[in-house]
Design a binder for this molecule. Structure first.
Ligand code: ZN
Length: 231
């Protein structure tokens, strides 16, 4: 089943998402205060955290993860690897098809001092602090580059995970190193916790929805395949 309906509400989304995974015995569920769900797939091995829908007007990441959850074509992940999956974060922005959550940019809300940080973001921060993932993928889209997929590559890295994924996805790698400028993003927060294998990807909003979904899923599957490898 493929869901490309951009009119899907937050609650409808999670109903479908949970239904898609309900027969999988390897999933542990947790609910955030605003109703969002975290699906933890398997309970041992290296962990990939995947998050999407921080910006409510960027539809293809959550829709890709919904399609993935509903595929029913065998296990989503080998049993010796874990996936921590939060497919849609911004409830109000999603339903209004707006970028922000109550005028808060959720990708600037992962703040150590928690000033202005919504409760459901604090819950995620607490969970990551208790158990940081080994690899992290944040799925966005960009409407300012209608035809150019790219990902962010942290220049100070001592490994080439991001560059390898960029090659696999035929995406441009956008170098960055200013942690202060990106302070409050989920990626910077995880880097301060010691997670060094973080990637934020941006599909072009100018692509057809199904093309963006396909590209996002290629990234998820590549990360799972290479999870636990030394980069
Ligand atoms: Zn975004």
């Amino acid at each position: 089943m493929v869901y490309t309906d951009p009119g899907l509400t937050f609650l409808e989304y999670y109903r479908l998402f949970k239904t898609g995974l309900q027969d999988d015995p390897c999933i542990n569920w947790r609910q955030l205060t605003h109703g969002g769900l975290i699906a933890q797939i398997n309970d041992r091995g290296p962990c990939l955290a995947v998050i999407s829908g921080l910006h409510g007007d960027e539809r293809s990441g959550p829709l890709a993860l919904l399609e993935w959850a509903c595929r029913q074509a065998g296990p989503l992940c080998p049993s010796d690897k874990r996936v921590w999956l939060l497919p849609l974060l911004n409830d109000q922005g999603w339903d209004k098809q707006e970028r922000m959550w109550q005028e808060v940019d959720l990708n600037r809300a992962f703040l150590p001092n928690r000033e202005g940080t919504p409760m459901f973001v604090q819950e995620i921060m607490d969970e990551w602090t208790r158990r940081p993932p080994d690899m992290f993928l944040d799925i966005h889209e960009d409407d300012t580059r209608p035809d150019e997929p790219y990902l962010f590559w942290y220049k100070e890295e001592t490994h080439d995970l991001a560059l390898q994924l960029a090659e696999h996805l035929q995406a441009k790698s956008e170098p960055w190193d200013d942690l202060e400028y990106w302070r409050g993003s989920d990626e910077v927060y995880l880097r301060t916790l010691g997670c060094q294998h973080c990637i934020t990807i941006e599909s072009p909003a100018g692509w057809a929805m199904q093309e963006r979904i396909r590209w996002n899923l290629a990234a998820v599957e590549w990360c799972i395949k290479h999870l636990g490898e030394l980069f």
